[in-house]
Ligand binder design. Structure first.
Ligand code: ZN
Length: 406
């Protein structure tokens, strides 16, 4: 046999398929053509030999919640967005989902500018609010008129396959009064398009006790409104609207939603990861289905998807858990489980080579609380449909590893 690329000697970890072994991977024409132990290197045009403890090959990582509408939002105004390949193939990630960086009014930036330019696979979820995104300022949806179901349906009709979901942020004063109506209208809009609704919980604007209680009520309403395949994002938020009641018990709707096939995504970001919330949830067995970064241009300066995974490892989740949450489970959340998220013969060769580094690391949650962990994850090589990419320098001034605790 001849191969374009042979990846030899790697510890292949694909928890979605139960693969955890030293295997070689042969790639030809951008596809995986063989996955076996000791594939002879003769005939391979190029051999990538992986040596060293801790070096793993995992399915190309999928970041389920990012912001990559770079160029749609003027730099310095509102929420700066990332370049898809910076946080994609140059960060060990082969697929990113943009979650509502733009509304229907400027959704056209994706097919016109972002998708043609990106090597990383980009999945687009449109904001329910037509003129999103103004973060970190006011909300995306202030009145029901901000959700234009007709325009969304037209956008979907004229751009087949573009819209993979509708995103709603339960953020802002309008939710105090018409929260239920906003949620049901966004759900109806998603249903019109036959796509999932993804909802951001965690309202940093609802600070007083009455507003906080109201956000809790809305989260329960939301969980009851969700249908199988809908996605709750920011599971571990320390802000108002979290899934645990003030005494730290999960609302009963959480288990019901999960049993009904609702996806619980973590999306750490700059505002929605409380370490105490995440630990409490781990104690309760309330694990996130998926781990995502919620990266923005600002977020890029202090974390990465791999660092988000390392944060969950600090709580006690295993490497296999965090890899599954960013491969098989994330693929399923996007209904792409038959295309991505697994290493299998006949599929695109989307692979991430990562180093698992043991050490004494320190992290910070989004409330500023520091916590320690024993693992850092470093991207070594990304392979996207057989094409190789080297990672960039990394998140921190010193590179990819989390900060050293000592
Ligand atoms: Zn986000």
């Amino acid at each position: 046999m001849t191969y374009d690329l042979l990846i030899k000697g790697g510890h292949v970890l694909d928890p979605g398929q139960g693969i955890d072994a030293t295997l070689d991977i042969a790639v030809t024409g951008g596809k995986v053509v063989e996955l076996a132990a000791d594939i002879p290197p003769e005939g391979a045009a190029r051999v990538l030999e992986l040596r060293g403890a801790g070096r793993h090959v995992v399915p190309g990582l999928i970041d389920l919640h990012t912001h990559v509408a770079n160029g749609a939002i003027t730099k310095g105004v509102g929420m700066g967005n990332c370049d898809a390949d910076d946080i994609g193939v140059r960060s060990g990630v082969t697929t990113v989902a943009d979650c509502g960086s733009v509304g229907v009014a400027n959704l056209g930036v994706f097919p016109a500018h972002i998708l043609p330019k990106a090597t990383t696979r980009v999945i687009t979820l449109v904001n329910a609010g037509s003129y999103a995104h103004t973060m970190p300022g006011p909300a995306d949806v202030n009145t029901l008129d901000d959700i234009n179901r007709d325009a969304l349906a037209k956008a979907a009709e004229y751009n087949p396959g573009l819209i993979a979901g509708v995103k709603l942020r339960v953020v802002g004063p309008a939710f105090q009064g018409i929260g239920e109506e906003i949620i049901t209208t966004a759900k109806a809009a998603a249903k019109d398009l036959g796509v999932p609704l993804m909802v951001h919980i965690g309202d940093f604007t609802a600070k007083d006790a009455a507003s906080a209680a109201r956000r809790g009520e809305l989260t329960r309403f939301l969980l009851k409104t969700f249908e199988p395949g809908d996605i709750l994002t920011h599971l571990c938020t320390p802000n108002s609207g979290r899934v645990l009641d003030p005494a730290g018990h999960p609302y009963p709707e959480v288990a019901e939603a999960r049993a009904n096939g609702v996806v619980l995504d973590s999306a750490l970001g700059r505002g929605n990861f409380g370490i105490e919330v995440a630990r409490r949830q781990a104690d309760l067995g309330l694990f996130p289905d998926t781990i995502s970064s919620d990266l923005t241009a600002m977020g890029q300066t202090f974390h990465s998807l791999l660092e988000c995974m390392a944060k969950f490892m600090s709580i006690g989740y295993t490497l296999a858990d965090v890899v599954k949450a960013t491969t098989a489970s994330a693929a399923r959340a996007l209904s792409l489980q038959h295309e991505i998220g697994a290493i299998a013969v006949g599929r695109d060769a989307d692979l991430s080579v990562i180093d698992v580094v043991e050490g004494d690391f320190t992290f910070t949650d989004t409330t500023g609380q520091a916590f320690n962990g024993g693992y850092g994850l470093v991207p070594v090589r990304t392979i996207k449909a057989g094409e190789e990419f080297s990672p960039g320098w990394g998140t921190h001034p010193w590179g990819w590893l989390p900060a050293s605790a000592s």
